[in-house]
Design a protein around this ligand. Structure first.
Ligand SMILES: *Cc1c(COP(=O)(O)O)cnc(C)c1O
Length: 349
């Protein structure tokens, strides 16, 4: 029954179990306040659950667009930006098409590219995990791919490219769709959000799962010019964003001041955690990278040991290819617990 691409498919396995401190998935450490919860309940009560949701999520998209100050007709909503990555690849790629992804980068790009039976070319980042825009451009000119996709700033490296570097990559693409996944750009300031729709070939992705703090609702957004937006509207499943998520997401994006305040707090938490981790740099923690996101990447030969020992303390982080630990910035007390446990573990090693 299973064709070749299905036989080789490995399901994504998120970490299971209960942990006192979860710093593994780059989620926001804020849950909604009492006041927000009552707004959310009101939004929920106003829904006609017997009816299909708005296929174009117009009110949600208006709130999203107002939040950032962009035109709402250049936006499509998705069931998480993850769904949009799949929709984009399904729509723009045909079997055997060439795709360029980066390594290290978000693992779902390769996953969906392989489901679309494409020929995936890898750009390997520099040893310090930085990207050479010049090398990417050369690879694009040589390979002439149908699509290029990368995150900026990057998950898992936490590093970013400047606007100017990303513009160079766009300029190297003639007949190539450039997908720029800005899942973490709320924590940095090199966004191309305000010019994405002015290019013929750019699709920019944003998510409500990280800075906005509603991963559970599954909301993502694609920003592009009219032609590309029309294609994505046609290619997506009609009712891809459910009514509850649309209504609740609208509430969040309308509470702009509160969200911006939380983003500021998370950024401070990350800076503080990064500084304190950099103090622990040495034989065990080889290098703590300078993050542009809400998480920190640590290069270490002891990734598995540290991961397991933290787990024993009920602290969950992410072990990346036994080479790196990725740690999401949490609340002050979560960060403190992590730092206390980690310094103790390092001492004992
Ligand atoms: C978390 C993440 C996403 C997924 O976001 P959803 O909107 O929750 O699907 C997309 N891209 C990157 C780089 C991420 O880290």
């Amino acid at each position: 029954m299973l064709n070749e691409k299905l036989r080789n498919l490995i399901p994504y396995v998120p970490a299971e179990g209960e942990y006192a401190v979860r710093l593994d998935a780059n989620e926001s450490c804020f849950s909604p306040s009492k006041e927000e919860l009552s707004q959310l309940c009101e939004a929920l009560f106003a829904q006609s659950l017997n009816r299909y949701p708005d296929p174009y999520a117009k009110k949600l998209i208006t709130a999203f667009s107002d939040f950032y100050g962009i035109a709402s007709d250049s936006v499509v909503a998705g069931n998480g930006s993850d769904e949009l990555i799949f929709v984009i690849m399904n729509a723009f790629l045909q079997k055997g098409d060439k795709v360029i992804t980066f390594t290290q980068d978000f693992s779902m790009y390769d996953f969906y590219a392989s489901l679309c039976e494409t020929d995936c070319i890898k750009y390997t980042k520099n040893a310090d995990l930085s990207v050479s825009a010049k090398d990417v451009c050369e690879l694009i000119r040589a390979g002439r791919p149908r699509l290029v996709i990368f995150s900026n700033p990057c998950n898992p490296t936490s590093l970013g490219m400047t606007k100017q570097e990303v513009r160079q990559i766009i300029a190297a693409c003639d007949n190539t769709v450039v997908v720029i996944d800005e899942a973490y750009m709320d924590f940095w300031d090199e966004t191309l959000l305000y010019e994405a729709a002015s290019y013929s070939n750019v699709i920019l992705l944003r998510t409500a799962s990280k800075a906005v703090g509603i991963a559970a609702l599954r909301l993502g957004f694609a920003i592009a010019n009219d032609v590309l937006i029309a294609a994505l509207r046609a290619a997506k499943s009609p009712y891809n964003v459910n009514a509850v998520s649309q209504a609740m997401g609208e509430v969040f994006y309308q509470n702009k001041e509160l969200i911006l305040q939380r983003i500021g707090t998370i950024r401070d938490s990350r800076k503080d955690l990064q500084c304190k981790l950099q103090v622990l740099e040495g034989k065990i923690l080889k290098k703590v990278l300078n993050s542009k996101t809400n998480f920190i990447l640590i290069e270490t030969d002891f990734a598995s040991i540290l991961y397991n020992k933290l787990k024993e303390e009920s602290i969950l982080v992410r072990n990346i290819s036994n080479q790196y630990l990725r740690i999401t910035a949490g609340t002050e007390s979560e960060n403190q617990r992590l730092l206390a446990a980690l310094s103790q573990i390092i001492k004992e090693l």
